[in-house]
Design a protein around this ligand. Structure first.
Ligand SMILES: Cc1ncc(COP(=O)(O)O)c(C=O)c1O
Length: 391
């Protein structure tokens, strides 16, 4: 194999939030960390080489962004999703969540309501609340181990004239759905009918398993593109979240300019020197690595599913269609979230993300991050089995 995802990694001196900040959220730092969404894999050799070349220049002053940087994101989007975008509609931002927060500040009023679909990545609700906007939810429905959209409720919520924006998560963290073109089209039709604008968080767009297909929301039609602001980034794709860079696609020029002005006021409009070269290298040369990564993640998932079915039958596993996050259903144990988390930490010595942080719909669930060498995943699930198979 060209890339070795089984390689043992030592992140103890890596300033890793996942490994070294555990004691702020869990009982200690000596748990197996399967919580924060980054991967325990080295970056693609192509990214490493580009960063090394930059390092060897030994000067890290302010960087200028060449057109080829944005073009690499456009070319990638065209190649992988058949969606053509003009680089003039793209802008750099330090991250997807900062972008969503800024979009809310700039383009909504204090009386506006914003819709999300819990259980969902927890900053969606906090960013709405911290910006003092009203949060409205359209909870996803779990039907036989698969999450679907409650379209009647979605439409009811969108009918409210104060509901101005919807934050879509596609692929969805934590339930792992990659929304189909049909589902996206139905949501888009409702949004168009009731004048609801869409922020489409597509940070997970590149991590999608074989049998599924990702469709950019804005690619549905020109009409849909016009009501959408898309946030995407290769930081999950290539495990470079610590480089802090992302893209926002604005079909409306005046909104792009307002966003750009705001970044200029804060003087955070530039890339850092390393994100600039790492991202372009990833988009231009990292596809082979990414495809191999997805195969490895799929094997990790298959291993985990098999192991759980054979050894912990009361634990139900929700098959992800995308992302490297797996949603585990502990409800059959009939324990409180507090007790499940206590057992996982104190007895099994693993750090998973408690489901209820994604909304009350996540009660009884835990999210496990499977983007690690298999030996680590195996050790974690054996420890979980040793505790939970006796209950
Ligand atoms: C759906 C989703 N959006 C955004 C982020 C974070 O993005 P950023 O670090 O660019 O703010 C994450 C991280 O896990 C995520 O899962």
């Amino acid at each position: 194999m060209k890339y070795n995802f089984d390689k043992k990694v030592d992140r103890s001196k890596n300033h890793s939030a996942k490994w070294s900040e555990m004691d702020r959220h869990f009982i200690s730092n000596d748990l197996i960390p399967l919580w924060v969404a980054d991967m325990d894999f080295e970056v693609a050799p192509e990214i490493y080489e580009a960063m090394k070349e930059k390092l060897e220049q030994r000067i890290f002053g302010y960087v200028y962004r060449p057109d080829s940087y944005y073009q690499s994101a456009c070319d990638w989007t065209k190649r992988r999703y058949g969606y053509e975008i003009d680089q003039k509609t793209l802008i750099h931002s330090p991250g997807v969540i900062p972008s969503i927060s800024l979009i809310i500040r700039l383009f909504t009023n204090s009386s506006d309501k914003i819709l999300i679909q819990p259980p969902v990545y927890q900053p969606f609700s906090s960013v709405v609340k911290k910006n003092k906007r009203t949060l409205v939810t359209n909870p996803l429905k779990e039907v036989n181990g698969r999450y679907i959209i409650d379209f009647d409720d979605f439409e009811e919520k969108c009918k409210d004239p104060d509901l101005k924006w919807f934050i879509l998560c596609n692929p969805h963290n934590p339930v792992g759905r990659v929304w189909t073109k049909e589902e996206l089209t139905r949501m888009a039709e409702i949004c168009l009918k009731y004048n609801v604008r869409v922020i489409s968080d597509e940070i997970w767009r590149d991590i999608v398993y074989k049998d599924y297909k990702f469709t950019p929301f804005a690619s549905l039609s020109k009409e849909v593109e016009d009501i959408t602001i898309t946030c995407f980034s290769p930081t999950k794709t290539f495990n470079i979240a610590g480089l802090q860079a992302s893209f926002v696609q604005f079909p409306r020029k005046e909104e792009l300019e307002a966003f750009q002005d705001e970044l200029a006021v804060l003087d955070i409009r530039r890339n850092n020197a390393f994100s600039l070269v790492a991202i372009e290298a990833g988009y231009r040369k990292g596809e082979g690595w990414l495809n191999a990564l997805i195969d490895y993640l799929e094997e990790n998932y298959n291993f985990l599913e098999r192991y759980i079915k054979e050894n912990i039958p009361k634990l139900k596993i929700i098959k992800p269609e995308g992302t490297y996050l797996v949603w585990l259903d502990f409800r059959e144990f009939k324990l409180s979230d507090k007790e499940i988390s206590r057992l996982l930490q104190e007895k099994a010595k693993v750090a998973l993300q408690e489901g209820s942080i994604f909304g009350e719909e996540g009660r009884g669930f835990q999210r496990i991050n499977i983007a690690c060498p298999r030996y680590l995943l195996e050790e974690a699930i054996v420890r979980i089995k040793n505790v939970f198979s006796k209950i």
